[in-house]
Design a protein. Structure first.
Length: 70
């Protein structure tokens, strides 16, 4: 899953990983996060592709006090 509009100054791989593995945010187990801080985006790889669908259907995403888009 591609995540865009990340906070370029504060967002870390761990913050993205925690957000998408946290059950209350949807998603599921994440294999890895590829963070491109220069572009303010990340690729999130899930163990189960169903995690993408569940995460996408959940409410708005906010990571590090920033609205992000998936």
């Amino acid at each position: 899953m591609q995540v865009t509009c990340l906070n370029r100054e504060n967002t870390t791989e761990d913050a993205v990983l925690y957000h998408f593995e946290n059950p209350k945010n949807g998603g599921g187990e994440v294999i890895k996060v590829e963070l491109n801080i220069k572009e303010g985006c990340a690729l999130v790889h899930f163990v189960d592709p169903e995690g993408i669908k569940i995460s996408y259907l959940r409410r708005a995403k906010i990571i590090d006090l920033n609205h992000v888009y998936i």
